[in-house]
Design a binder for this molecule. Structure first.
Ligand code: BGC
Length: 261
């Protein structure tokens, strides 16, 4: 039987306390990885994920850091070294949509903060991870982008720019690391039911509008993203690097064109 086997692998999931991060942390642990569940602020949520993983017989610890702060990120990776004894997998998942504002009205400080979390954070974490992975000649970095690395989204210029940037960062770093045994891949989720967009899918009118933008006609579940993430960081995906895999129920295939051009 072919199955995703991460036995003996050590993984860090940033934003492991959040919607997608919780599911990815659990699925990685289910596949046999020891998981460091990172959180920025929500210590309780991270502790719950760790407890769930341990109850199911897995290995997990929680680790805190502001991913946008270089020194904090350095401390984060030292904590992971100590707790897990190494690192094979980094999932750069921590992110924020930012505050909705059209460009002319947008607050520069909000722009900076969204870029700091969504683009600088993954860079700082990738940098630390690569220092370890290149030395050992093995490792995988999975950057969680979004369909908004491709689809413009009015009011979210900082977010879309960060995600498009993270996509190109993925390809560039993949090029740097490919011959040295390290894969760098991006996963672009569509509209997945998590707290980040709960204001949309919990409202019947918002949900109907959202469904129309998705070829499959429904938002995704965190588990549906987590399963693909686990595959991509596993050796089953050993020949995949420098590309984005969309997990979006067909948001990127212009579902409106069902009705003719
Ligand atoms: C955002 C969600 C949004 C989805 C589809 C994601 O990147 O985080 O808030 O629902 O894209 O637009």
């Amino acid at each position: 039987m072919l199955h995703i086997d991460l036995t003996g692998k050590k993984a860090l999931v940033t934003g492991g306390s959040g919607g997608l991060g919780q599911a990815m942390s659990r699925v990685l642990a289910q596949a046999g990885a020891a998981v460091a569940v990172h959180y920025g602020k929500d210590e309780d949520a991270a502790a719950r994920v760790v407890a769930q993983i341990r109850q199911a017989g897995g290995t997990a610890v929680s680790v805190a850091a502001d991913v946008a702060d270089p020194e904090d990120v350095e401390r984060l990776f030292q904590a992971v070294d100590q707790a897990l004894g190494g690192l094979d997998i980094l999932i750069n998942n921590a992110g924020s949509d930012g505050t909705r504002a059209f460009c002319a009205d947008a607050d520069p400080a909000q722009w900076q903060r969204t870029l700091a979390i969504d683009l600088t954070g993954p860079y700082l974490c990738a940098r630390q991870a690569l220092q370890r992975m290149l030395a050992q000649g093995r490792g995988v970095i999975l950057n969680i982008t979004s369909v908004h690395e491709f689809i413009p989204w009015a009011g979210y210029g900082a977010y879309t720019s960060a995600k498009a940037g993270l996509s190109m960062f993925t390809k560039t770093v993949a090029q740097e690391a490919a011959a040295k045994g390290v894969r760098v891949v991006a996963l672009a989720p569509g509209a997945i039911k998590t707290p980040i967009n709960e204001n949309v899918w919990s409202d019947p009118r918002g949900l109907a509008d959202l469904d129309q933008k998705i070829a499959m006609g429904r938002p995704g579940e965190p588990q549906e993203v987590a399963q693909v993430a686990a595959f991509l960081v596993s050796d089953l995906a050993s020949y995949v690097t420098g590309t984005t895999v969309a997990v979006d129920g067909g948001m990127l295939i212009y579902p409106d064109f069902r009705h003719g051009g």
